[in-house]
Design a protein around this ligand. Structure first.
Ligand SMILES: [Ca+2]
Ligand SMILES: [Ca+2]
Ligand SMILES: [Ca+2]
Length: 251
């Protein structure tokens, strides 16, 4: 009987030690979107880069990335993805068909972007501060806002997950994905603001032309309207700041 208890005690110790032993530390791959902050005018292109970085044991390899991008479609219109600058020549990349229908449309503010490495040739995420570009995404700035985020969602639908798959089948090496790329969109108070000379472009010539309007040298109504950057019906010193904030984004 004593032997029986000794055995139980021994196995209990073994179990406890195993349970307390630290789990094998696996390297993980962080995904992030950059730049973290950018300012664009309505009508301009917003570019956001998805990158990967090792976080753990050196040279973490991965075979695939699923990334659920999320943005506000009232502020941003998705245009396209670009892997020409990627740090690996992906075997397959794009918004593939998915069982949740996330990619049925990209006009709804979300999409599941996937990259796959060549079978048997995993990609390697570099150590900080180096990063590997996975893809670039382009949006059109639609409407003014102090801040609109583009981010990665951990999950969407039943199967949609943002994840980094390891080099061995079924291994998940997803690290931190909680980054946000914030876009400030500057929208003029009227569509004609900025283009003083009316050539449909905003250039340095418009800056020089605006100065003449603010100084009262040029009083042509169309020029006054285009220089009235706070839309109060007059072109004067109060317009210089909003005019500059908007026009500088085009120069
Ligand atoms: Ca969608
Ligand atoms: Ca112009
Ligand atoms: Ca004004």
């Amino acid at each position: 009987m004593k032997k029986h208890y000794e055995r139980i005690f021994f196995f209990s110790i073994v179990l406890a030690v195993n349970w307390l032993a630290p789990a094998t530390v696996l390297g993980t791959v962080d995904l992030f979107l950059s730049p973290s902050l950018q300012t664009r005018a309505t009508g301009q292109i917003v570019e956001v880069t998805l990158s990967a970085q090792w976080n753990g044991t050196p040279g973490q390899q991965f075979s695939a990335i699923d990334s659920i991008l999320s943005w506000n479609p009232t502020h941003l219109q998705f245009l396209n993805s670009d892997v020409s600058m990627a740090g690996y020549s992906w075997f397959i990349s794009g918004f593939l068909n998915d069982p949740d229908g996330i990619n049925t449309t990209l006009a709804d503010g979300n999409g599941l972007f996937t990259v796959l490495a060549l079978p048997g040739s995993p990609a390697t995420a570099p150590a900080a501060p180096a990063t590997m570009i996975i893809a670039k995404f382009h949006f059109k700035a639609l409407a003014g806002t102090p801040a609109t985020p583009i981010q990665l969602l951990p999950t969407l639908g039943t199967f949609g997950r943002t994840r980094v798959l390891g080099a061995t089948a079924g291994s998940d090496v997803t690290g931190n994905i909680a980054t946000t790329a914030v876009v400030t969109i500057v929208q003029p108070c009227a569509p004609l603001v900025g283009d003083i000379d009316g050539d449909t472009f905003i250039t340095f010539a418009d800056v020089a032309a605006a100065v003449d309007v603010y100084l009262g040298i040029d009083t042509l109504p169309a020029h006054v309207t285009a220089a009235d950057a706070n839309c109060d019906g007059q072109a004067n010193g109060l317009d210089i700041q909003p005019f500059t904030d908007y026009v500088l984004l085009w120069l």
